[in-house]
Design a protein around this ligand. Structure first.
Ligand SMILES: NC(=O)c1ccc[n+]([C@@H]2O[C@H](COP(=O)([O-])OP(=O)(O)OC[C@H]3O[C@@H](n4cnc5c(N)ncnc54)[C@H](OP(=O)(O)O)[C@@H]3O)[C@@H](O)[C@H]2O)c1
Length: 242
């Protein structure tokens, strides 16, 4: 008989994914942890208070990633929540880098989310959590591909949510949109605007997960910035050097 919740974190080896693992483990969740740096995941596993499972997974290898997710779910026997956190950020300009970003942030995301949706549908209940970004709100020049990839994720999750709601499936879809959060992704960029510690950001993410929220900005005040970019006239937006 299962006595605790079980969650899989795709991309749990650093930053937001690692901190989510720490906080969920402290709450007694059993965890499945994935990432390319499997040795790092094994060290993290040792430090967590609850039971956990690890798997090497590169979401850029989408078919293989789906196979690994299937195996992990079987090993864990039952999973309540799948958190798709893996993602990369690259400056716009280099085609190979743009393609790589799309492989991870877009194709990799759909590969996992599609499988999660089918799994929860069959199971009768579940929750998909996707880490998008405030950058999903507009096309920012220096990171145009990244912004577009996050817009894709948020729109895709909205579609999954509508499907679930419209068909009375008990599957929650939580779209998490962080502003700036301390992590390997933001390391070396100095003090960024409204930068949150990983701990504070993940406390808010965990709370949103537990409330099965549809959408959350991290930290909460980033909702204001998101609104600003969403409503700004294009004639003004295109003048900004972002
Ligand atoms: N930090 C911010 O300010 C911020 C703001 C908005 C949104 N986000 C989003 O938050 C998510 C987490 O990023 P982070 O800031 O915590 O950065 P991070 O410390 O660089 O973490 C990225 C995580 O994604 C995993 N990952 C990357 N490429 C992968 C791949 N090909 N296959 C499997 N896993 C992969 C990494 O694991 P391995 O390297 O071990 O594979 C790592 O665990 C990303 O989706 C990012 O876009 C971050």
């Amino acid at each position: 008989m299962k006595n605790s919740k079980r969650a899989i974190i795709i991309g749990a080896s650093s930053g937001i994914g690692l901190e989510l693992a720490k906080q969920l483990s402290a709450k007694g969740y059993e965890l499945g942890l994935t990432g390319r740096r499997v040795e790092l995941l094994k060290q993290i596993q040792q430090s967590l208070p609850s039971k956990s499972f690890t798997r090497a997974m590169d979401v850029a290898e989408a078919d293989e990633a789906r196979h690994i997710l299937d195996e992990l779910i079987k090993e864990m026997e039952d999973v309540d929540i799948i958190i798709i956190n893996a993602g990369v950020s690259e400056k716009w300009g280099d085609w190979e880098k743009e393609r790589y970003l799309i492989d991870i942030n877009v194709t990799g995301f759909v590969a996992i989310a599609n499988m999660a949706m089918h799994y929860f549908r069959e199971r009768g209940q579940g929750q998909i959590v996707g880490i998008s970004s405030v950058a999903s709100q507009a096309g920012f020049g220096s990171v145009a591909t990244y912004s577009a990839s996050k817009a894709f994720i948020s729109t895709y999750m909205q579609g999954l949510r509508q499907q679930s709601h419209g068909r009375n499936w008990d599957i929650a879809v939580t779209d998490v949109r962080p502003g700036f959060v301390e992590s390997e992704m933001t390391a070396g960029r100095g003090k960024l605007f409204w930068m949150a510690t990983t701990e504070r950001a993940c406390k808010q993410i965990v709370s949103a997960i537990e409330q099965r929220k549809s959408l959350v900005y991290i930290t909460k005040r980033w909702r204001l910035i998101a609104w600003l970019f969403k409503t700004m006239p294009d004639t003004l937006f295109r003048r900004l050097k972002l």
